[in-house]
Design a binder for this molecule. Structure first.
Ligand SMILES: [Zn+2]
Length: 382
């Protein structure tokens, strides 16, 4: 067909330029037909289908992610009237790089935490937070949701709606603070075992109770006056100075939930310092302590209405708090009872447990203890 077309052209009439142009066009046409890199039709459709499959797969994957994200978002807030905030591993740097609590750490407290120097302590603390997984968050949400339901008519509920809603939860390495839950500012630092216990059958009693305890410590910073009013009713005084007390205070275990290590309990005109004291000058761990009381005397008798200057009695011997009958009868707390910040947190755990009807009573706390009665009255928990 091509040769007949060429024969029909009157070559002489158009000259050599036209012939050259036509030959170039024909050459280009042939070249296009036999291009080496052009995929065959079969290959083209195969490639296009593969591309389509990939795109669909990708879309499906994205949709799955979106669905997963939606599911996560939905599951993050099942019926919660607020969003729980969480900290990341990076946040431990911001919290501890220039931290007053660490700045005040003395040699015994560093040793009990396994550190030889403050610099090593700070370095480790700034890397002490762990990642809180989506599953962890889901479990926290489930617990809080359950607690809100159980506390529907309980006055203890405000700790979740008013305090947890303004707090942040962090997950720490198990070595931090001897694996004990604790707080800094409005940050609740929970060890891994707490997150693991969120799926336990008795999570409402155990994990829930611990959360309530830590929320009390956060509220102590939000509303200090509320707590000071209660401590006054308990006859607990904050001393500005206790003479002759340096050695004992150097062995006092530091606790981020305390803002004061000089608490004095007054009973029938006598005064007692109470605290958690290391058994050794170089303790091997944070649990290596005794809960003790030391008798002290008021330095300025005219300040009896607002006592704040004391002196450790010479040759004073300590009494273990569990053997201090008057103290035991007044407060009824059997452990972690060495300062008012901890006693009130233990009391709130007790109030929580009786309101969720777990049938569990913390220690021996009950309505026969004047301290507990004053607490319930002051906090309107009756
Ligand atoms: Zn505590």
């Amino acid at each position: 067909m091509l040769s007949s077309i060429l024969d029909k052209i009157k070559w002489d009439k158009f000259g050599w330029k036209l012939q050259l142009t036509i030959l170039i066009i024909i050459f280009c046409f042939i070249l296009h037909l036999f291009r080496l890199d052009k995929p065959t039709t079969k290959e083209y459709f195969k490639n296009r289908n593969t591309l389509k499959d990939n795109q669909e797969s990708s879309n499906l994957h994205n949709n799955n992610n979106v669905n997963k994200d939606n599911k996560n978002q939905q599951s993050q807030k099942p019926n919660l009237p607020f969003t729980i905030q969480y900290l990341t591993p990076e946040d431990s740097y911001a919290l501890f790089k220039d931290n007053q609590y660490l700045d005040k750490m003395n040699p015994s407290n560093l040793k009990a935490r396994g550190f030889e120097s403050k610099a090593t302590c700070v370095k480790n603390y700034t890397n002490s937070f762990q990642t809180i997984t989506d599953e962890n968050k889901q479990n926290v949400n489930d617990l809080v949701s359950l607690m809100l339901k159980k506390l529907q008519y309980s006055p203890v509920k405000y700790l979740l709606t008013e305090i947890l809603s303004k707090s942040k939860i962090a997950k720490c390495a198990s070595w931090l603070e001897g694996n004990m839950p604790h707080t800094h500012q409005n940050i609740i630092v929970m060890p891994p075992f707490w997150f693991d216990s969120l799926t336990d059958e008795d999570k409402l009693t155990n994990a829930g109770s611990t959360l309530i305890h830590e929320l009390v410590h956060v509220e102590q910073r939000f509303k200090p006056q509320k707590y000071q009013d209660l401590y006054k009713k308990w006859n607990y005084h904050k001393a500005d100075y206790i003479d002759n007390m340096e050695e004992i205070l150097a062995l006092h275990r530091h606790n981020p939930d305390e803002d004061n290590y000089q608490w004095i309990w007054e009973n029938n005109g006598s005064y007692y310092w109470t605290g958690a004291v290391f058994k050794d000058r170089y303790p091997t761990n944070l649990h290596n302590i005794n809960y003790l009381s030391y008798p002290v005397v008021l330095l300025d008798k005219s300040s009896a209405n607002s006592p704040n200057l004391f002196k450790l009695k010479s040759l004073s011997t300590p009494t273990h708090l569990h053997n201090f009958t008057q103290y035991r009868n007044y407060f009824g707390v059997g452990a972690n009872h060495y300062n008012p910040n901890e006693i009130v947190a233990q009391y709130m755990e007790n109030a929580y447990q009786s309101d969720i009807s777990s049938g569990v009573n913390i220690d021996d706390i009950g309505d026969s203890n004047p301290g507990y009665i004053a607490f319930k009255k002051e906090f309107n928990l009756d």
